[in-house]
Design a protein around this ligand. Structure first.
Ligand SMILES: Nc1ncnc2c1ncn2[C@@H]1O[C@H](COP(=O)(O)OP(=O)(O)OP(=O)(O)O)[C@@H](O)[C@H]1O
Ligand SMILES: [Mg+2]
Length: 289
């Protein structure tokens, strides 16, 4: 597993530091290291002196109330936002997928998958990634002919083709219907296990977090306010004893009123200010889809 840490993002602590800076011993197992990160909009610090280390190969889920700065953090880690202070170390190979698949309508699916790759990569490379997400037969299709779930899988293929050491996913299942969402969750879990890259997934769904994550973070007041590992065997099941305890704790961290008394409920897993809940139960990961 590569830990090719470098400094693609401007650091006001160490101005002018070059990409490809030597990897220190301390960073050997880290995929991401963030120290004292601050990002302000109009004088308001949305990210405020945030520290974070993500471990190589680990699946981390980031939760937090709407507007707390999750997407802002992902954009910084992706290198899309450089108006920051602090130090951000990320792998050279990283990829990001957003809630909206962001496919170019005038390019066929396979060309979308290769978009932005250096050189002249061959169609076969796109087809390989599309095969991984179960979309090989749509390689030649136009994006507008894809279903929402297919478009999201194409977006995942576009991320995979970069062979990322860090995969950043910002609510990638948010716009999908419940069943498609479950399949997409399973797909991401499989891809992560196969690829072994570090994943940082933003979601509002506590159950989704606990089904997928090695570690769950809760962002609040511009920082990581809560950080827990999820030491549950896989495949996981919503409602198992350890699952329920963690779920209750996370809901409390998210400020959901009476979280400790809602354990028996299965429909209100999302923080109260976010997208609509989706039906349950989730199947176990690994169930045939
Ligand atoms: N380009 C921008 N200009 C001004 N304010 C911004 C900009 N981008 C984000 N913000 C503000 O920063 C705050 C955090 O936004 P962000 O999109 O990171 O929240 P989030 O946690 O991802 O929310 P959600 O869960 O709703 O997606 C919000 O108050 C938002 O209005
Ligand atoms: Mg967001």
């Amino acid at each position: 597993m590569a830990t090719d840490l470098h400094r693609p993002v401007k650091s006001t602590l160490e101005p002018g530091s070059a990409a490809g800076a030597p990897t220190s011993h301390q960073d050997a197992e880290a995929a991401v290291r963030v120290d004292g990160l601050t990002r302000s909009f109009d004088g308001r610090a949305v990210i405020d002196d945030l520290d974070l280390t993500l471990n190589t190969g680990e699946f981390t889920v980031l939760l937090g109330r709407s507007g707390c700065g999750k997407s802002t953090l992902l954009r910084v880690l992706a290198g899309l936002d450089r108006e920051i202070s602090g130090t951000v170390l990320v792998p050279r190979r990283r990829a990001v997928a957003f809630q909206a698949p962001r496919l170019m309508p005038w390019k066929r699916v396979w060309r979308n998958v290769l978009l932005g790759l250096p050189g002249k990569p061959e169609r076969a490379i796109a087809e390989q990634a599309l095969t991984e997400v179960g979309l090989a037969e749509r390689a030649g299709a136009w994006p507008k002919t894809l279903s929402g779930g297919e478009a999201q899988r194409a977006s995942l293929a576009r991320a995979l083709v970069r062979e990322p050491d860090l995969l950043l996913l910002d609510e990638p299942f948010g716009a999908l219907d419940a069943l498609t969402r479950i399949k997409a969750q399973q797909l991401v879990a499989e891809l992560w296990q196969r690829r072994g890259c570090a994943v940082l997934l933003v979601t509002h769904d506590v159950d989704e977090a606990l089904l997928l994550a090695d570690r769950v973070l809760v962002m609040r007041n511009g920082r990581i306010a809560y950080d827990t590992s999820v030491a549950l065997d896989r495949p996981r099941e919503v409602g198992s004893p350890g699952f329920t305890d963690l779920r209750s704790r996370l809901l409390t961290e998210l400020g959901v009123e009476g979280a400790g008394r809602t354990q028996a409920r299965t429909e209100s897993t999302e923080s109260p200010d976010v997208s609509p809940a989706h039906p349950h139960p989730h199947p176990r990961h690994g169930d045939p889809s």
